[in-house]
Structure formats: structure tokens, C-alpha cells
Design a protein around this ligand. Structure first.
Ligand code: KG4
Ligand code: ZN
Length: 340
């Protein structure tokens, strides 16, 4: 009997509680979500202070920290949700993209629980998870959607016509938006992670320098390495009035392009709504500008759900399981997993 038939026969309760597990990068996260929309618990152990000492993520250190944190975080998520293992209806775990050693910790723990409790398991694409953070509220998004996913590793424009139905319209040709923020912060001596540091510094400055924008006309692609290099030249040449002004000018340049190209793609594809997702979506200026510039509704998760968390993985897992997308205990990690 195929796995999806087994799923329909065994699991169709009125309310579905899914345990989500996320360990793709430097956050160890677990959450319990009901029916893909209601968060019963959300727990995150961040390693940011450890990696900040090195100015970026050290993969081996990340894997070790996940091993130390994953069981306590799972227990906290179960306790906060006030559910027993027997109350769960499924497990969703990030199996890519991400750091192989980090992904392995989460997937192996998830498979162990699935085996021990006889629960269905589904592997979730981390980027798909970011998109599904938008389902964690009272008003579900309506298809067709234009999604901008902006994280530390990706800047993707995706058309979503239904659950699990993605068309990749464009992506960055070099640095991801979050990566560019991190590198710019390093150039300005603002520390790691760079996005929040740039946003904070920019509040005390003005975008007085017109840094170059890569429009890549006729495509839905992005490029952020040029603006980062221009910032470097500016700083090296001693041509910046203040760190705050440089941060504000950089932030303005990146957000200008993200907003204009997203709105343009939404019009081209006749999308009904725009979804913003990923760590960079917690940036206040990006959130405001996109809402102001878009002729169609813009949905953005609250900031804590934009950065890596497991509630988004559980939400996505719920809709995957509803579609019969089950995995077996041979579920493997795919560090370069793509969307669409
Ligand atoms: O989605 P995420 O938590 O992890 C990945 O999947 O990569 O995104 C992390 C990225 C980092 O590059 C971080 O600097 C950026 O999101 N970020 C921000 C802000 N908060 C996080 N970028 C700009 N403004 C922010 N407020
Ligand atoms: Zn992420």
C-alpha cells in the first residue's frame, strides 16, 4: 500500500497537531502547530553569540551545538504546547537546503521520533517553510501568490499557484540579500548578524549616498554584489560622512531593488497577493516600502516568524501531509535542495 493511502486511512482526525523541527543553519528550533495555522508552541535556541565571535557561521560548531540543544528544545516545545507524544499526528523536518551536518541532526531526531511513535514524517524544503510562515495567522493567503523569499542564502521570486506548486521566476545571480547585509555590516564594522545591525545603524543616518542598483531589466533576477563592492570602495576611499549614513544608503539601495522588482513581477504574473518571507523580511523599511508600493495586498509574517523557526516548518508539513506527501525513514538531507 502506498504511503499516502496509509496516511488517509490512519490519520484523519478533526484537529492535526504537527511537530516541526528545524536545524538547517544556526538555530535549533522546535514547534507544535495545529492544522497548519495555530501555533501551540515555538522554541528556538540561537547560536548567534557563539558564531558572532568568528564573524560568521562555523559549520562544525553549528552541528555540535544542534546536538546539544535539540533534545531540550523538543522537550520545551512539547511542554509549552501541553501535548503528549501520543497527541501528535505527524512530524515535519527541514531536510534542505542548508548545512549538511546541521540538517542531519534534525532529520535523524525526527526519524527517531517517527519510528518510536509510529508517526508519519515529511521532509520540508526550508524555503517552502519560510513561505508558509504566512499561513500562521487568521487570514490565509489566496492563490495565485507572488512570493519574495529573502534570507541569508536566497533571494528568490516565486509564483505560487497552489499548495506545493512553485514556479521560480528569478533569483540572485551572486549574493543573497541577507548575505549582502551581513557583508556590508562587516565592511562597516557593525558585527554579525549584519541585517539587524545595519537596520539599527541606519536609523541614526540618512541615505545620502546614491549607491548603484542592479536592475537586470527584462529578468526577475537580482544582483547585490555590486552595491556591496561600491560600499567597500566608498569606505576605503574615506568618502563616508558616517557609518549611519553608509548603512542607510546601503539599506536603501538593496530595498529599492527588492521592492520594485517584486511589484513588477506581481503585475506581470497577475498575482492576487504578495507574500514576503525569510530573515530579511523582518527589516522594517522593507516591510513598509513593499506595503506602500504594492497595488495588491502584501502579507508579511510577524518578525519572529520571518527568521528561522520551526512553526513555519510544521505549517508547511501540515499542508504536505494533507496532500499525501509522506517520506519514509530513508529521508535524507539535500544541502542544495531547490524550490520549484
Ligand atoms: O531566514 P534566515 O533567518 O536564515 C536563512 O535561512 O538564511 O535569514 C537570515 C538572514 C541574515 O543574513 C540576516 O542578516 C538577515 O536575514 N536579517 C536581516 C534582518 N534580520 C535578519 N536583514 C535585514 N534587516 C533585518 N532586520
Ligand atoms: Zn531561513
Amino acid at each position: 500500500m502506498c504511503l499516502s493511502v496509509l496516511w488517509c486511512l490512519c490519520y484523519n482526525p478533526d484537529v492535526m497537531k504537527i511537530l516541526g523541527i528545524e536545524t538547517s543553519c544556526d538555530e535549533t528550533a522546535a514547534a507544535v502547530v495545529e492544522d497548519g495555522v495555530r501555533i501551540l508552541s515555538i522554541q528556538i535556541a540561537s547560536q548567534v553569540e557563539i558564531h558572532a565571535r568568528y564573524g560568521g557561521i562555523v559549520p562544525e560548531v553549528a552541528s555540535r551545538q544542534h546536538i546539544l540543544a535539540v533534545i531540550p528544545i523538543l522537550e520545551q516545545a512539547m511542554a509549552e504546547a501541553e501535548v503528549a507524544w501520543s497527541d501528535l499526528n505527524g512530524i515535519a523536518v527541514t531536510n534542505g537546503p542548508g548545512l549538511a551536518g546541521s540538517l542531519l541532526v534534525g532529520t535523524n531526531v525526527a526519524k527517531s521520533i517517527a519510528l518510536a511513535r509510529g508517526l508519519p514524517i515529511t521532509g520540508v524544503n526550508h524555503l517552502e517553510g519560510h513561505i508558509y510562515a504566512n499561513w500562521l495567522n487568521d487570514a490565509p493567503p489566496c492563490f495565485p501568490l507572488l512570493c519574495l523569499i529573502v534570507s541569508g542564502g536566497h533571494s528568490d521570486l516565486v509564483l505560487m499557484k497552489g499548495h506545493g506548486d512553485y514556479v521560480l521566476l528569478g533569483r540572485t545571480r551572486d549574493d543573497a540579500a541577507g548575505e549582502a547585509f551581513d557583508k556590508a555590516a562587516r565592511i562597516l564594522g557593525l558585527g554579525y548578524p549584519g541585517g539587524p545591525a545595519i537596520e539599527k545603524a541606519a536609523k541614526a543616518g540618512s541615505p545620502v549616498v546614491q549607491l548603484p542598483r542592479a536592475w537586470l531589466k527584462g529578468t526577475n533576477d537580482f544582483s547585490f554584489s555590486g552595491v556591496k563592492t561600491s560600499l567597500l570602495r566608498l569606505v576605503e576611499g574615506g568618502n563616508v560622512s558616517s557609518v549611519a549614513d553608509a548603512a542607510a544608503s546601503f539599506q536603501e539601495a538593496v530595498i529599492d531593488v527588492l521592492v520594485a522588482k517584486t511589484v513588477e513581477a506581481a503585475k506581470e504574473r497577475r498575482a492576487g497577493q504578495i507574500l514576503l518571507a525569510g530573515g530579511v523580511a523582518s527589516n522594517g523599511l522593507l516591510r513598509r516600502r513593499l506595503v506602500e508600493s504594492s497595488p495588491i495586498p502584501v502579507l508579511i509574517p510577524e518578525p519572529v516568524l520571518c527568521t528561522d523557526n520551526a512553526a513555519m516548518i510544521a505549517a508547511c508539513g501540515y499542508f504536505r501531509l494533507q496532500q499525501g506527501k509522506l517520506d519514509g525513514l530513508d529521508l535524507d538531507v539535500i544541502p542544495s535542495l531547490k524550490l520549484g
